[in-house]
Design a protein. Structure first.
Length: 411
């Protein structure tokens, strides 16, 4: 039977889809692209915003129209947070929460036999291990991504992720090191360590990201270790020193700020002030000036007025970010922010998003310009296309193989 997988949302969902693809192929299913047409469609949903919910539903409708006789499965974060809502959609045959993703092959086989059972879901906070742990090479087939951690223990008032992904579960250090050695043996020279909240790695098992990185940099063959998003409050001075001074750690970090207003940060329960953020992240750029630091900003959080937004827009304009991801605040199930007064009009949110987007465009151009002519390490993504250690996508003629790290001059 043919199976097609549509993935929405964040990188973690792409990891899971890759692992699901592998599981189903091992059971004899042929995994095809959604455009090709299939007997079974799996929609790996997103629920981080209302837009994610909407896009997930649209994918479901589209696939059922494409093949009315197909089995349509909704899985992922929307399925975990709002399983009943999805189950009530007539085009959905099975709902599989994140709690049951690793069993999706069995669930399909059982459904094919008896056509019974629509919702497979349990409390995600009961989860104790990382499931679907496999190296993923799905982006450019040049930089393996390894999910080493799942879940988040920091319940920011706007964020539904802990309810969708559960609390922190970490892959043991030895298992991570073994998979990194395997990746090195395959000839890859850059690896990306990722997780729902990477800076919480090891919290559940009594070790830390610092301890893992100390071992990871010893692996022969791995020349660059890139890290996914980090929470500034969760990176201590010892870890920060290591990130700055260890040559194998890529000088590219993503530290979500969310707002530059201390009042809004407190309402968000982010756990830091703007001064604390600026001092810690600014130190990285001061000591290693060519480092790329990216951030996330949420505009239109409840009670964000013109003054608070100006604090944010002024700060991101001033601070040397390499890029900015901006999102309009979206009310989500279970979150404390839903109960806050001072809802911001959608029109105002859209206007603020556009202002930050323009600043982001300027930042990206400026960062590339200040690196022009600089010699940097870069990973070969494909013929003539490379990604520098500080996250600049460049086109340069070279003879090196895909996945190799070479030195280049930024054009």
């Amino acid at each position: 039977m043919k199976v097609a997988i549509e993935t929405l949302g964040c990188r973690s969902n792409y990891f899971d889809s890759y692992a699901i693809k592998t599981l189903l192929e091992e059971k004899g299913y042929k995994v095809v692209s959604p455009e090709e047409g299939a007997d079974i469609y799996i929609v790996n949903t997103c629920t981080v915003t209302k837009g994610g919910d909407r896009s997930s539903r649209q994918a479901i409708y589209r696939f059922k129209r494409k093949n009315p006789n197909s089995i349509v499965i909704a899985t992922g974060c929307y399925a975990q947070v709002s399983p009943q809502e999805l189950a009530e959609i007539k085009d959905v045959d099975i709902v599989v929460g994140n709690s049951h993703k690793e069993r999706i092959g069995e669930i399909i086989e059982e459904f094919l036999i008896n056509r019974k059972g629509k919702i497979f879901h349990e409390n995600i906070f009961k989860a104790r291990e990382v499931h679907l742990f496999k190296p993923v090479v799905f982006f450019e087939n040049a930089r393996p991504f390894v999910k080493i951690q799942e879940g988040c223990n920091r319940f920011c008032t706007f964020c539904v992720v802990p309810y969708a992904r559960g609390k922190v579960r970490s892959v043991p250090i030895k298992e991570v090191i073994d998979i990194l050695k395997y990746i090195a043996d395959k000839g890859f020279e850059e690896v990306v360590l990722s997780g729902t909240q990477l800076s919480q790695y090891g919290w559940d098992k009594g070790f830390s990201l610092y301890e893992l990185l100390k071992e990871a940099v010893k692996i022969e063959g791995i020349k660059l270790i890139r890290l996914s998003s980090l929470h500034v409050k969760e990176v201590d001075d010892k870890t920060l020193d290591f990130l700055i001074n260890e040559d194998k750690i890529a000088p590219h970090f993503h530290f979500p700020l969310q707002s530059a207003s201390d009042r809004i940060l407190k309402l968000m329960d982010r756990g830091y002030t703007l001064k604390e953020y600026e001092e810690k992240v600014g130190r990285i750029i001061k000591e290693k000036p060519y480092t790329a630091v990216g951030t996330d900003i949420i505009v239109g959080f409840p009670s964000e007025g013109e003054r608070e937004f100006k604090e944010t827009s002024d700060f991101v304009q001033y601070f040397p970010f390499a890029y900015i991801h901006v999102f309009p605040y979206s009310e989500r199930p279970f979150t404390k922010a839903r109960r806050l007064d001072g809802k911001v009009e959608e029109k105002v949110k859209r206007e603020r998003v556009e202002i930050i987007k323009k600043i982001d465009e300027e930042k990206r151009k400026s960062f590339r310009e200040i690196n022009r002519g600089r010699e940097l390490r870069a990973t070969v993504l494909s013929e003539g296309r490379l990604l520098t250690e500080n996250y600049i996508d460049i086109k340069v003629k070279c003879n090196a193989q895909k996945g190799k790290v070479i030195k280049v001059c930024v054009p």
